[in-house]
Design a protein. Structure first.
Lengths: 845, 290
């Protein structure tokens, strides 16, 4: 295994490449122009493709053939039309070009096989996988992804000048880049660095500041000068008549923003031909004006920062410093507001532009990869045997592998030695090159551990040598070891979202999410779930079970989550019938680069189904999508009724609009064949997920506040109802406590549907408490007695139960009375049928 | 929170980490970090058991890791407990004796409970599916090792099973009765009554509810399916801690059902009975004369 060493910051605006070499990190410069940064811009000219700053220059000349900001579109279906080529390019292809260009920074002699590429912490699996794909397409055989806040933390904590002075405790890494924002809570101890939690917004970055300048300053100024009607609408039309001007304005806005970081005022000057008329524009802008525009976005970042502190129950005195990273933190407004609003010390000692790449290289120095032929081109067993038969390979030949960390904060570091082959009567010896440490000759074993003593704050070099029985060195087994003391390492990167599996909730005729890997669990993760089949699947039929793995908020409905893996096992795949209640084992593995591997084992049929979900592959199951549709539709109808009742007209209108949009593709969805090959299902799934997420946000903070208030009020009523209950008090209390325990987590989710769901649970509990209260049951019983014969499924039986209940009541046999009232209620004709009578679910319970 | 147990001792053995001497968690962590460094995926598989770094380090970083270590060793040495926790295999004869020494150790119960819930639930489900009440009763006798936080997960299968049965029983009608019989036949299996007796306290109310429905069920099938009716009733009379009137109903019904069997039996059978009484009577008279 070889260390990766190369770290790449694939940024929205600029990209960089750094390498760990000679025990330090070096940022490589563009051979053309000697700049460290490469603009993440691609220009397609008729005869060639330009990447970087040269491409960016073409933005004002030929904007329809120049593309930037595509990082924000990674993992989407977005395509860019290139006029000069008359073809579409995808964000992955554009990123590939940037990565290929970055590789040239290393010079013609170096062709790295592996690299670490950074991604925003909030990137979902689709976006991560798209980045991975770009890396592989750029010619790297092994690509490791690293979350940007972790890279920034490593860069900050390993910055040589201050490394010694860093204190233990919590730090906030505030990473405000060109297109995305991340904030991470990092815990540093004497020897370790850990990302505890993070928050982010993939659509909040410097670009949005540029758009704000365009929308609020440049467009009004142009309209004032030209008096063109509908200019603003026309400007935004894709391939419209002002498209070129729009891209030019983006360029001017960015330049103005940069200038305003240095000086209090600037001017945007440009000429344009609009509707066959020449215009010279002279638009003065001052910092005060743009600060007012930027303020809401800065506020949004501070809100995310505060939410991470609130979630982790930390106050400002618990935080050592806020560390600033990313180009947008150059803005004075950002720095001022952070100090002013948070009251915490802010550190901008590290270079906001290069720190992510630097941290990525630190990470890469301790990341190892296997030889490409093995890692990327798996061979089958027979092929492997064929290869081995052609190689002169002696299984008894001594093989020695060593493992160690190349950087450490400790004064000792472990060296693990693993041997195979003939190691009897052989020795090893580890020496530090300054002579200060020597293990002497030690017998080799299958596995040995040595603790190497390190000198502080330098690169410690050791030699590992192997000797035969006569103490002659076996030179080919010699290995050099270098360990940098005083350098932080990181254990792993956290999952940005919960990974859940969709399971049936037959009682409510719906599905629920069960968390497999919790948000912030360190990757990689592997787990086996033991579940049961909840419906019988006959061999040879089209009936199926669905293993649906989703990413997102665990408390929200499945349709708000992103499906990252879906396996359907139908009756046609089965060797024998799969009986309800039989066992299913689902093994789920998520790698450090967020590739999902699943292995499903049906115990009854003894069949195994393996699946690796490939990069940026969308997963949609049509029957499941239909059921999710029905659930969402039902919820929206309920919401509309609730908003009507509470006279929330605006919310009602919005919910009705969502319902209309949802129902606009109902026919298409229900007409789709289960195994439709077109893209229609992806389009519908995408729309549904968006609507579902919008429904979660419906009513914004006001609705959440209202729901929380209702929840808190309801809690009191429920507590009182439980107190008054005559039966099952303990059970009721347990249910209540369970809801209360999850309170802080669902309230922090800031998701109306989640809070609403908890409110429903509380309401259910309230009714359960009442139905365990004798006085309520008596009232109900009187009500039931007043019903007509047609209100009961079996009136004769109802009458007989009524008699028994009367007798029980008369003799004060209350438990029996309660049972009879329940029995009576079960005989009632139900008019309130569930919205989804033919619930199929996933088939897994 | 319930979680799957995979013994850390196996990983220590694999990594040649001695655990019979004084342990240094920080050094162990470094050793394991290097061990995980050998694995390309960051996951180590030993004898089919999977170890991921994050989970292992969570255990190692616990403040009470050194206090928990003897329990890891104990589980490793008691193979019935180990295979129960790791493989969800229930060795009916082995597990209780192995757990016995720890029954009064609250720290052990605190350690074990989160790992116990998942296999406990799985085996309960398996037993219920196979109507294997003997194993289930044995398993339920280990419920004291489950703490409140894990009980819901541990008894999930039982709760679903009972809820489903109550639901079937509630919806019985002339139309559904015949088709529901196969789904209810396990109540006629020997020791199903014991199973109800061994249910923990939190099931008391639901148990009563279930018994009431089963009583109604026996009434419904008393003429059409006498054999099943008698078998279910025979199990119901074993159920303890029922409200007195319910218990009376169960007993009276059972007497009636079993009585029906006698009265519907052959006359010669009844004749034989009186003949035995007559012989005993004569023998006693002879003895008294002597």
């Amino acid at each position: 295994m070889k260390p990766v060493n190369i770290g790449i910051d694939l940024g929205t605006t600029n990209s960089l490449l750094a390498k760990f070499e000679n025990n330090n990190v070096r940022i490589f410069k563009n051979p053309v122009g000697q700049k460290e940064t490469l603009a993440s811009v691609v220009a397609f000219r008729k005869d060639r493709t330009l990447i970087g700053d040269k491409a960016r220059e073409y933005l004002t000349k030929d904007p329809v053939n120049v593309f930037g900001g595509f990082k924000r579109k990674m993992g989407t279906d977005e395509k860019y039309y290139v006029v000069n080529l008359d073809e579409n390019v995808t964000p992955v292809e554009l990123s590939t070009l940037v990565l290929k260009e970055l590789k040239t920074f290393l010079g013609p002699d170096e062709s790295p096989e592996a690299c670490v590429i950074t991604i925003p912490a909030s990137f979902d699996s689709m976006q991560s996988n798209a980045t991975l794909k770009a890396g592989l397409n750029a010619g790297f055989k092994n690509v490791f992804l690293l979350q940007e806040p972790i890279a920034a933390s490593l860069a900050f904590f390993n910055s040589t000048a201050e490394a010694k002075e860093k204190r233990d405790g919590y730090w906030l890494v505030y990473d405000f880049g060109g297109g995305t924002f991340d904030v991470a809570l990092v815990n540093s101890t004497q020897n370790e660095l850990k990302v505890v939690d993070h928050e982010g917004n993939n659509f909040l970055g410097g670009m949005d500041f540029d758009f704000a300048i365009i929308n609020s300053i440049l467009i009004p100024a142009i309209i004032a000068e030209t008096r063109i009607e509908n200019f603003e609408e026309e400007l935004r039309v894709k391939y419209g008549k002002y498209e070129m001007l729009y891209y030019q304005l983006m360029y001017y806005a960015e330049e103005a923003k940069k200038e305003l970081s240095q000086s209090p005022a600037t001017v945007i000057e440009f000429c344009a031909v609009l509707d066959n008329k020449n215009y010279d524009f002279y638009i003065p802008i001052n910092r005060e004006a743009v600060d007012a525009l930027f303020m809401p976005m800065v506020q949004e970042t501070i809100k995310l920062l505060e939410s991470i502190m609130q979630r982790n129950e930390l106050s400002k005195k618990d935080i050592n410093q806020i560390v600033l990273v990313g180009g947008t933190t150059y803005l004075p407004l950002v720095r001022e507001q952070l100090v002013l609003q948070t009251g915490m010390p802010v550190d901008y000692s590290i270079d906001p532009t290069s720190s992510i790449a630097t941290g990525a290289a630190w990470y890469a120095s301790n990341k190892y990869y296997e030889h490409t032929a093995i890692a990327t081109n798996p061979v089958n067993e027979q092929h492997a045997k064929d290869i081995l038969s052609q190689v002169d390979f002696d299984p008894l030949e001594l093989q020695v592998n060593i493992s160690y960390n190349r950087s450490s904060r400790d004064t000792e570091e472990v060296l693990l030695i693993a041997c195979s082959g003939d190691y009897e009567n052989k020795y090893y010896r580890v020496t530090r090159t300054d002579g200060g440490f020597d293990t002497g000759f030690i017998n080799l074993k299958a596995k040995k551990t040595e603790f190497l003593l390190l000198l502080p704050a330098i690169a410690n070099s050791f030699s590992f040598a192997v000797y035969d029985d006569a103490k002659n060195e076996i030179v080919k087994l010699r290995k050099e070891i270098a360990i940098l003391q005083g350098i932080y390492n990181i254990d792993g990167q956290p999952l940005p979202q919960d990974i859940s599996i969709e399971l049936d909730d037959p009682e409510n005729k719906t599905t629920r999410l069960e968390v497999v890997f919790e948000r912030n669990s360190l990757l990689p993760q592997k787990r086996t779930l033991y579940r049961e089949i909840s419906k019988t699947i006959k061999k040879g039929t089209d009936e199926s079970i669905i293993i649906n793995i989703l990413e997102g908020e665990r408390n929200s409905r499945p349709s708000s989550n992103l499906t990252i893996g879906c396996i359907e096992i139908s009756g046609k795949d089965l060797k024998v019938d799969l009986v309800k209640g039989s066992d299913i084992e689902v093994q789920i593995e998520i790698t450090e680069s967020r590739t999902l591997n699943t292995n499903v084992f049906l115990v009854m049929t003894q069949q195994e189904f393996k699946h690796v979900f490939s990069v940026s592959e969308k997963q949609v199951n049509i029957p499941r999508l239909r059921e999710q549709y029905l659930q969402l539709e039902h919820e929206l109808v309920e919401n509309i009724q609730e908003f009507q009742y509470n006279e929330h007209e605006i919310w009602e209108i919005r919910a009705a609009a969502f319902l209309e949009e949802l129902q606009s593709f109902k026919n298409t969805l229900f007409k789709l064949k289960d195994h439709d090959l077109s893209d229609e299902k992806y389009i519908i799934a995408e729309k549904m997920m968006r609507i579902s997420q919008e429904v979660d946000k419906l009513g914004g903070n006001e609705r959440i506040a209202t729901l929380i208030e209702s929840y808190l009020n309801r809690k009191e009523t429920v507590r009182a109802a439980i107190g008054a209950a005559d039966f099952e008090k303990e059970n009721l209390l347990q249910r209540y406590q369970k809801i209360e325990q999850s309170e802080s987590s669902f309230m922090r989710s800031r998701n109306a549907s989640v809070v609403e769901n908890k409110l429903k649970q509380l309401n259910d509990l309230y009714w359960s408490a009442l139905s365990n209260t004798t006085s309520f049951l008596i009232g109900k019983f009187i009500e039931f007695k007043g019903y007509n014969a047609r209100d009961y499924n079996d009136h004769a039986m109802a009458l007989s139960i009524m008699k028994m209940a009367d007798a029980a009541l008369e003799n004060e046999r209350y438990p029996e009375f309660r049972r009879q009232v329940f029995n009576l209620s079960n005989l009632l004709v139900r008019t309130n049928f569930h919205h989804n009578k033919e619930f199929k679910g996933t088939g897994i319970g | 929170m319930a979680k799957q147990y995979i013994s850390i001792i196996r990983l220590f053995d694999h990594s040649s980490i001695a655990y019979d001497t004084e342990l240094n968690p920080s050094r162990i962590k470094k050793q394991l970090q290097a061990e995980f460094g050998f694995s390309f995926t960051g996951i180590i598989e030993i004898e089919g058991y999977t170890y991921n770094k994050a989970d292992v380090f969570v255990e190692l970083e616990r403040l009470d890791f050194l206090q928990r270590m003897p329990y890891h060793v104990a589980v490793w040495e008691n193979k019935s407990i180990l295979i129960f926790l790791e493989d969800h295999i229930f060795n009916i004869h082995g597990i209780r004796p192995e757990m016995k020494p720890f029954e009064t150790d609250p720290l052990f119960i605190e350690f074990l409970s989160p790992y116990l819930a998942i296999p406990f639930n799985n085996i309960c489900r398996l037993c219920l599916n196979n109507a294997d009440y003997a194993d289930l009763v044995e398993l339920l006798s280990c419920e004291d090792y489950l703490l409140p936080d894990e009980r819901e997960e541990a008894f999930r299968a039982i709760r679903i099973f009972i809820d489903e049965n109550i639901s079937i029983l509630r919806n019985l009608s002339e139309v559904t009765l015949k088709q529901s019989l196969p789904a209810l036949k396990h109540w006629a299996v020997s020791r199903s009554g014991d199973f109800l007796n061994y249910l923990p306290d939190e099931f008391t109310a639901v148990k009563i509810d279930l018994v009431v429905h089963l009583v109604n069920f026996t009434v419904k099938i008393q003429h059409t399916n006498k054999k099943m009716c008698r078998a279910v009733s025979k199990e119901l009379v074993k159920v303890l801690n029922l409200p007195p009137n319910l218990m009376n109903t169960v007993d009276n019904n059972d007497r009636a059902y079993q009585g029906k069997r006698i009265s519907s039996g052959s006359k010669s059978g009844t004749g034989n009975y009186w003949w035995v009484v007559w012989v005993i009577f004569m023998l006693m008279r002879m003895l008294m004369k002597c």
